[in-house]
Design a protein around this ligand. Structure first.
Ligand code: PNS
Length: 165
C-alpha cells in the first residue's frame, strides 16, 4: 500500500540549476505530497564545482520558493541512504535524450541494487529543454552566449560574473 505522505527525491549536482531541472522539479511536485531536492555536496568526480554547495542550494531555494511542497537539502551519503533516511519512496529524474539513457540505466541499476524498495522514476524532458544541460550553460556563459531564458535570473548573473571572459 502506498504511504500517506508520498515523498520523492529529485537529486543532482545542480551546478547550476537550469530551467530544465526546474521543469522536472515542478512536475514532480504535482505528483507527490512532498519533494526533496537533494543536492550532491561532494561530487565523487574529480574537479570541483563552479558553485559551492551553499550557492547551489541557495539558487534552488530561490527558484522553488513558489512550490510549497518542495524543500532543498544537501546530502553527503549514498543517494539511496539519504532517500531512506528521509522516508522517500521514489527518486525522480529527467531524461533528455538517448545519451542520458545509458548513464541513467546504470545509476538505476546501482541504486536499485543498494535498495530495491526505492523506485526510480524518469520524466521525459519537455521539448523546449531537451537540449539544456548545466555544462552547456557554463560553456555559453564563459563565452558570452545568451543564457537569460535558460536559467533563473539570479543564476544567469552569477554565471556571468564567475565565468564570463
Ligand atoms: O546527474 P548528476 O548530477 O551526476 O547526478 C547525481 C546523482 C547523485 C543523482 C547520481 O550520481 C546518482 O544517482 N548516484 C548514485 C550513486 C550514489 O549514491 N553516489 C553518491 C552521491 S554522488
Amino acid at each position: 500500500m502506498a504511504p500517506d505522505n508520498r515523498i520523492a527525491l529529485c537529486p543532482g549536482t545542480f551546478d547550476p540549476v537550469t530551467n530544465g531541472h526546474l521543469d522536472v522539479i515542478t512536475r514532480t511536485s504535482a505528483m507527490y505530497d512532498q519533494v526533496i531536492v537533494a543536492v550532491v555536496n561532494l561530487p565523487w568526480r574529480k574537479g570541483s564545482t563552479v558553485f559551492s554547495t551553499e550557492e547551489r542550494v541557495g539558487f534552488l531555494k530561490g527558484a522553488t520558493q513558489g512550490l510549497t511542497n518542495v524543500v532543498v537539502e544537501p546530502f553527503s551519503t549514498l543517494l539511496v541512504d539519504f532517500a531512506r533516511e528521509r522516508g522517500a519512496m521514489a527518486i525522480v529524474k529527467g531524461l533528455r535524450a538517448i545519451s542520458d539513457f545509458e548513464y541513467e540505466l546504470e545509476m538505476n541499476q546501482l541504486n536499485r541494487r543498494q535498495d530495491p524498495e526505492i523506485e526510480s522514476v524518469y520524466l521525459m524532458a519537455s521539448a523546449k529543454y531537451s537540449f539544456l544541460s548545466s555544462s552547456g550553460i557554463k560553456e555559453l556563459a564563459t563565452f558570452g552566449g545568451e543564457i537569460d531564458d535558460l536559467v533563473p535570473a539570479e543564476v544567469a548573473s552569477a554565471l556571468k560574473e564567475r565565468l564570463g571572459r
